[in-house]
Design a protein around this ligand. Structure first.
Ligand SMILES: NC(=O)c1ccc[n+]([C@@H]2O[C@H](COP(=O)([O-])OP(=O)(O)OC[C@H]3O[C@@H](n4cnc5c(N)ncnc54)[C@H](O)[C@@H]3O)[C@@H](O)[C@H]2O)c1
Length: 249
């Protein structure tokens, strides 16, 4: 059976790095993004990449995407729900529109894409990897919408794993720590970057490819007995607990 992966938010950042790793493994990759221009640019020169613009938060657009993918390309054996938005703000000023916008892409999008491709994944006994965040596992200020959406993704992963396991579909979640992508740089000041370096045991940000390696492994047969898991790829940030700099030797 041909190996076809689908990656959302594939035009840049972690999604683009994941696309390139899948291609290097010999898979074809359906690249999904709502930034049509950047998607076309990113897919140029990527042999085996099939760019299909789609807003993952739009149920009709997702249904059309799934129908087109099935008819023109074939059943996918890996789905990576990576498209995401970061909008940080205090609870009192995060109005309902901002809340809904974050939920629509980060949580509704994962639900809609996974549901639309479930019949394909049943046929291939494939795998889903949902991209949450360290913000799904540890609460923080200013992340009422983002952190809650990502905690939803982490739990949705378990719901999907438990229900789809009998069809041979594995579902796991990757929780990245900070990576210098456009998304992160829009909300991380230099002060935040310095504080992260200090708080993360490996003392640095991650790279897109380091997140992509974990995603591609979870989609591979090497992870054939792994499902329902949340893997923090975060330089040890989740493990720190009371990570006070003053407690260091
Ligand atoms: N960079 C980090 O520090 C970090 C940390 C934890 C989690 N994450 C998560 O990793 C994922 C990828 O983020 P990134 O850092 O590579 O960001 P990025 O902004 O570089 O890439 C995100 C991509 O998603 C696309 N996208 C956004 N909304 C969409 C929609 N509704 N439909 C289709 N595509 C859409 C964007 O156009 C963009 O190409 C996100 O889910 C993000 O929350 C990132």
């Amino acid at each position: 059976m041909e190996n076809i992966a689908l990656v959302t938010g594939a035009a840049r950042g972690i999604g683009l790095a994941t696309t390139k790793l899948f291609l290097a493994e010999g898979r074809r990759v359906i690249m999904v993004d709502n930034d049509t221009e950047e998607l076309a640019h990113a897919a140029t020169d990527l042999t085996g990449a099939i760019p299909l613009p789609c807003d993952v938060s739009d149920p009709d657009a997702v249904a059309q995407l799934a129908a087109r993918a099935k008819a023109e390309i074939g059943n996918v054996s890996a789905v990576v729900n990576n498209a995401g938005l970061a909008d940080f703000g205090p609870i009192e000023t995060t109005d309902f529109e901002r809340w809904r916008q974050v939920m629509a892409t980060n949580l509704d999008g994962v639900f809609l894409i996974s549901q639309a491709f479930t019949s394909s994944l049943k046929a291939t006994r494939g795998a889903i990897v949902n991209i949450a965040s360290i913000s799904a596992l540890r609460a923080s200020t200013l992340r009422v919408a983002y952190g809650t959406s990502k905690a939803g993704v982490a739990h949705l992963t378990q719901q999907q794993a438990v229900e789809l396991g009998e069809h041979g579909i594995r579902v796991n979640c990757v929780c990245p720590g900070p990576v210098r992508t456009k998304l992160a740089m829009a909300v991380h000041t230099q002060q935040i970057i310095d504080a992260y370096h200090d708080a993360i045991p490996l003392n640095r940000y991650g790279q897109e490819t380091e997140i992509a390696e974990a995603i591609v492994w979870l989609c591979s047969d090497k992870a054939s007995f792994v499902t329902g898991q949340r893997l923090a790829v975060d330089g040890g940030f989740e493990a720190t607990g009371i990570g006070l700099p003053a407690l260091r030797s």
